[in-house]
Design a protein around this ligand. Structure first.
Ligand SMILES: C[S@@+](CC[C@H](N)C(=O)[O-])C[C@H]1O[C@@H](n2cnc3c(N)ncnc32)[C@H](O)[C@@H]1O
Length: 322
């Protein structure tokens, strides 16, 4: 069996016998007015953060959801896109598709606004998405791409890029590792399927997103996810995994590199009322301006005594300037 088949077999099992808390961080699923999440769907919350970002969901976007799980996020996306086929949810595991279908039928009974036709569940996988080029506004995946080996991750990212419209968003939540995961864990297919040993470091994960063509990446949340202890995982030092929620935009990569927003701001602390770098950034004295990491580095190098760069907050949701 390949590691992808091992993962499919694992998710077939947890579709039939749910494992509460398999992947999720200690957070309750996003609650929305008038949304009731059925109990069996909550028990199958196999995500590690959230991909449902309210600011990205105006105008009833068409969403392609990869790896449907119990259907929780498909339901949350459907909350914002209340029309037949607005959410296309893809999964290669028949038992998972059946579980999601059942859970969405329960959701329809508990949520008067919801109709199961809003979510179109299709067989398929992350490497062959069953939709046309440039046909969806949002691609979302939660706690799936980290399972993939690096070259497969690149393929999955390129496939997401293919199906997105120009300007479309790839909304992801995945574990990342605070240092490279040793080979003996990476090669453990079951741990990989459980989202515990396939994670890349932050830097490698982001570079692969950019390599797939995304010109702008925004970090929404970064927080502790799991600790791999020495005894259980045969490590010389414990290894912390984090969960990273990001939104990547299908926009051209600027000549001087992609814009990555991690919550940094630039503050002009000089004697003039404002500072203009002549490249589109005007900083009013004393007022923090959100900037991408590339601009933050350039401004810091240009005027280290007069421009203060604040640390990454790992939360950014718009309003900045590259
Ligand atoms: C960790 S679960 C996440 C489920 C869901 N996203 C959630 O947040 O609860 C991974 C999901 O991806 C599916 N999956 C496994 N291999 C896949 C592949 N190659 N392509 C797409 N989905 C896959 C599994 O069946 C499962 O539904």
């Amino acid at each position: 069996m390949t590691y992808l088949e091992t993962a499919a077999q694992f998710y077939s099992q947890v579709a039939q016998t749910p494992e509460v808390g398999l992947c999720c961080v200690q957070s309750t699923p996003l609650q929305l007015p008038g949304l009731k999440i059925p109990q069996p769907m909550q028990e199958m919350n196999y995500g590690c953060g959230t991909t449902v970002h309210l600011g990205e969901l105006a105008n009833q976007p068409t969403v392609l959801y990869v790896g449907v799980g119990g259907g929780l996020e498909a339901l949350q996306f459907a909350y914002f896109s209340r029309r037949a086929g607005a959410v296309i949810a893809v999964d290669p595991v028949a038992e998972m598709r059946q579980a999601a279908t059942r859970n969405l039928e329960i959701a329809a009974k508990e949520n008067p606004w919801f109709d199961p036709s809003f979510v179109d569940i299709r067989a398929g996988d992350a490497f062959n998405l069953p939709v046309d080029d440039a046909s969806v506004d949002v691609v979302a995946q939660n706690c799936l791409f980290n399972i993939f080996e690096p070259e497969d991750l690149t393929r999955a990212l390129q496939e997401a890029y293919r199906v997105l419209k120009s300007g479309g968003r790839l909304q992801m939540s995945d574990p990342i590792a605070t240092r490279p995961i040793p080979p003996h864990l990476q090669q453990d297919e079951r741990l990989r399927a459980m989202c515990l040993s396939g994670a890349l470091t932050y830097e490698e994960y982001i570079q692969r997103i950019i390599k797939a063509g995304f010109g702008q990446v925004e970090i929404r949340t970064r927080r502790p996810y799991r600790l791999l202890d020495c005894q259980t995982y045969n490590l010389s030092e414990p290894l912390l995994l984090e969960s990273l929620d990001s939104v990547s935009f299908k926009v051209p990569i600027p000549e001087d590199g992609a814009c990555i927003f991690t919550g940094k701001t630039a503050i002009y602390a000089g004697s003039e009322p404002f500072f203009d770098d002549g490249a589109g950034h005007i900083l009013q004295r004393g007022l923090p301006a959100a900037v991408c990491d590339k601009t933050a580095a350039k401004l810091a190098a240009y005027m280290p005594d007069e421009i203060i760069i604040t640390d990454s907050t790992w939360h950014y949701d718009g309003g900045g300037c590259c």
